[in-house]
Design a protein around this ligand. Structure first.
Ligand SMILES: Cc1cc2nc3c(=O)[nH]c(=O)nc-3n(C[C@H](O)[C@H](O)[C@H](O)COP(=O)(O)OP(=O)(O)OC[C@H]3O[C@@H](n4cnc5c(N)ncnc54)[C@H](O)[C@@H]3O)c2cc1C
Length: 429
């Protein structure tokens, strides 16, 4: 069978970055993407941090079509009928080099795909890969419909559900607890309205996270990012919790309820709903990382479980870019040496350990254990809401000293065995 140097399955950030580096190194690369175009099937919140990826997309990242640089973080904790909002703004984030940007994947991935094509790689959309081709214990290509294409190396960058990694025997079938489902809407709103409504200068953006009653006690939360002339609004809910509900509620209904909350309406009011998407996110952290290589194949990005939710920050795009670049580097070395064995390709894992990818995944290995604590979505929002209600309310009779009101709320919600355990568990982060 004729073989190209490399086939990349999936045209998201991991696959495109891998293709970019291999094509830059002069390798023959075919990237197959099942969507109508790179970016068309890709969903993110989303915000991307620039420093971690600068070295993995050298030269071109400065031209990337980002939306707005983030200067403000807003966290909203919601009870059923009350909410507390914390806003953190930092003047340092207002000047270049900016720390992070909001991003729309259709634009960003489309731009990166252009760069990849300019380097000489073939980016083929509307092509779904169905299977892997094997010679003994080594992957030697892919099958798409009736077509078979041989390759010295295959890089699986086919996203969170990675059927390629499963077919290669590198990971087990989906375990609901390890995944969340996300629903995302994009609202069009003119640039000036976004600036005024969020208190931003032109070009500046906010990242807003929501936690509490919106997920009805299930693991998850909401997000709202300001793009240039759109808003990205979404909700994320743990699949394990969703399927164990006594009174099942669909994620789409939670999204409707979330969008109808006054705390959200104040931002999206008057916006025209432009897009609606659903997507899966890996929430397993380091515990969900599969085996990352086999003879003739490497796994990168979400396909490798590289995403990290710390509650305050959500990261996956940087891991996708970095792991795609590292996979390409190892593939290039393997091609130069003519050694595509699993033994040689194991250096991919070593290089990921030396980078922030596996290092950060390992540092925050226990984040999921802390974040899936149901009290975060029920008890603590109620505590904040009751505490502030007690402090701010003036009724008919005598008002208690503020300390007494605060002590009552703390006693009711925090000073107990569960609260103690939560405090200890936070040390795991
Ligand atoms: C709602 C949501 C919010 C998020 N928020 C953030 C955020 O704010 N910041 C952040 O950094 N990360 C965030 N993430 C995570 C981030 O989006 C992902 O980590 C990142 O997109 C992973 O990129 P990837 O290239 O590995 O996978 P993907 O972007 O999923 O790309 C995989 C590609 O493979 C293609 N594909 C799949 N199967 C096949 C096949 N058989 N044949 C051909 N093509 C195939 C798909 O069509 C897709 O284009 C969020 C994710 C979601 C869902």
């Amino acid at each position: 069978m004729d073989k190209v140097d490399a086939i990349i399955v999936g045209g998201g950030l991991a696959g495109l970055t891998a293709a970019y580096h291999l094509a830059t190194a002069g390798r023959q690369v075919i990237l197959l993407e099942r969507g109508d175009a790179p970016g068309s099937k890709n969903v993110t919140g989303g915000r991307i941090y620039v420093d971690p990826i600068k070295d993995y997309l050298p030269g071109i990242i400065a031209e990337a079509p980002f939306e707005r640089h983030v200067v403000k973080e807003i966290i909203t904790v919601l009870d059923d009928d009350a909410s507390v909002q914390l806003e953190y703004a930092n003047d340092r984030w207002r000047s270049e080099p900016y720390m992070s940007y909001t991003v729309l994947r259709a634009t960003f991935d489309g731009w990166l795909a252009e760069k990849v094509s300019e380097k000489g790689a073939f980016v083929i959309p509307k092509k779904k890969v169905d299977d892997l081709l094997w010679e003994e214990d080594r992957v030697v290509g892919i099958k798409a419909g009736d077509e078979e294409i041989g390759a010295h190396i295959v890089i699986a960058a086919d996203g969170a559900l990675s059927f390629m990694a499963e077919k290669a025997g590198l990971r087990k079938p989906l375990e609901p607890r390890n995944y969340a489902v996300a629903i995302k809407e994009i609202y069009r709103l003119d640039e000036k309205t976004i600036d005024d409504r969020f208190g931003l200068q032109p070009g500046e953006g906010t990242a807003n996270l929501f936690v509490g009653a919106i997920t009805r006690g299930m693991f998850g939360g909401g997000f709202l990012y300001t793009n240039r002339d759109t808003l990205s609004l979404g909700i994320v809910v743990g699949i394990g919790d969703l399927i164990q509900q006594k009174d099942p509620v669909a994620a789409s209904l939670l999204m409707e309820e979330f969008a109808a909350r006054p705390e959200v309406q104040r931002w999206i009011r008057g916006g025209e709903l432009k897009e609606y998407a659903a997507h899966i996110i890996s929430e397993a952290g380091a515990g969900g990382i599969p085996k990352l290589y086999t003879g003739g194949m490497l796994v990168a990005g979400d396909a490798a479980g590289f995403s990290l939710n710390l509650g305050l920050t959500v990261r996956g795009m940087e891991f996708a870019v970095a792991s795609g670049a590292i996979a390409a580097g190892v593939a290039d070395e393997a091609l130069a040496k003519g050694d595509l064995s699993a033994a040689f390709l194991s250096r991919y894992e070593q290089k990921l350990k030396e980078s922030f990818v596996l290092s950060d995944m390992e540092t925050f290995r226990h984040a999921r254990d802390v974040l899936e604590n149901k009290r975060l979505f029920t008890v603590y929002p109620k505590f904040l809401s009751e505490l502030l209600a007690a402090l701010f309310t003036i009724g008919k009779g005598k008002k208690e000293p503020l300390y007494t009101s605060a002590k009552a709320a703390v006693r009711k919600y925090i000073l107990n065995w569960e609260g103690c355990k939560d405090l200890f568990s936070v040390r795991k982060m």
